[in-house]
Design a protein around this ligand. Structure first.
Ligand SMILES: CC(C)(COP(=O)(O)OP(=O)(O)OC[C@H]1O[C@@H](n2cnc3c(N)ncnc32)[C@H](O)[C@@H]1OP(=O)(O)O)[C@@H](O)C(=O)NCCC(=O)NCCS
Length: 222
């Protein structure tokens, strides 16, 4: 018997860039998602993440990662959502790129979080995947601002932000993992975006737009 298709409209969303495919992860993708993280994301001595999800005992990571995917899916509403995009390069799931919004109808602001397996880092993939979700947010969802933040020492994340066109937006002292950290805030508006030479191909947007009115904020004239 064929597997029944789960009626989750966000599964149809697919962003294609020059080298990458980004789509919200299905349950079938979760093992590859876990394997990518287990292969190593960062130097264990210092976490780049505000919430130190990679620093848990090894045995806890797989279930925690599955819960992250399920939770973001289950908590999707028109006002507050996280699109947990898996990122595929040459057919392999190499990392993830979250696109997050809170009170989107009012604020029209998105934020992002991302990581790549270490073997995929430093080849422009981080810039390409962030550009993809920001283009999608500005051009298809009607976002007006994209925000980001990174520990002041995270040259790779700050490098992505710079390459995409974000501008520094202050330094905020925050609890970051277990320690205090000077966190660099960043902000991007559509006029500052460094539009890439490649075209973003978007499939499945209609299902997203109609889901719980998530697309209600899309410009009426678009
Ligand atoms: C952050 C991350 C997603 C960036 O992706 P990436 O593919 O490695 O980055 P890119 O190759 O697109 O590089 C983007 C820019 O940063 C620069 N850069 C990348 N790594 C760098 C490093 N370690 N030191 C200094 N500059 C760096 C690149 O030269 C490039 O700048 P340019 O466009 O001016 O040449 C990836 O490195 C990663 O997963 N890191 C660990 C997890 C993490 O830090 N997540 C973010 C938490 S806020």
């Amino acid at each position: 018997m064929e597997n029944p298709t789960i009626p989750w409209p966000l599964f149809d969303l697919r962003l294609t860039t020059r080298r990458l495919v980004l789509r919200p992860m299905t349950d079938d993708d979760i093992p590859a998602f876990i394997a990518a993280a287990q292969s190593g994301i960062h130097d264990p001595a210092r976490s780049p993440f505000s919430y130190p999800w990679t620093s848990v005992p090894e045995a806890e990571l797989p279930a925690n990662m599955a819960v992250h995917v399920w939770r973001t899916r289950a908590q999707t509403t028109a006002a507050a959502w996280t699109l947990p995009f898996g990122v595929w390069h040459e057919g392999e799931l190499v990392g993830m790129q979250d696109l997050v919004a809170v009170e989107f109808g009012t604020l029209r602001t998105v934020s992002t979080g991302s990581w790549l397996r270490q073997s995929a880092q430093g080849r422009g993939i981080g810039t390409e995947m962030r550009t993809a979700v920001v283009l999608y947010a500005f051009d298809h969802l009607g976002a007006e601002v994209a925000e980001s933040e990174a520990a002041g020492w995270n040259a790779a994340s700050l490098g992505v932000s710079r390459a995409v066109g974000y501008e520094p937006n202050g330094i905020h002292r925050k609890q970051w993992s277990a320690a205090a950290e000077d966190v660099q805030l960043l902000r991007l508006t559509p006029d500052r975006l460094h539009r890439p030479a490649w075209t973003l191909h978007v499939e499945g947007h209609d299902g997203v737009a109609s889901f719980q009115g998530l697309g209600a904020a899309v410009h009426a004239d678009s």
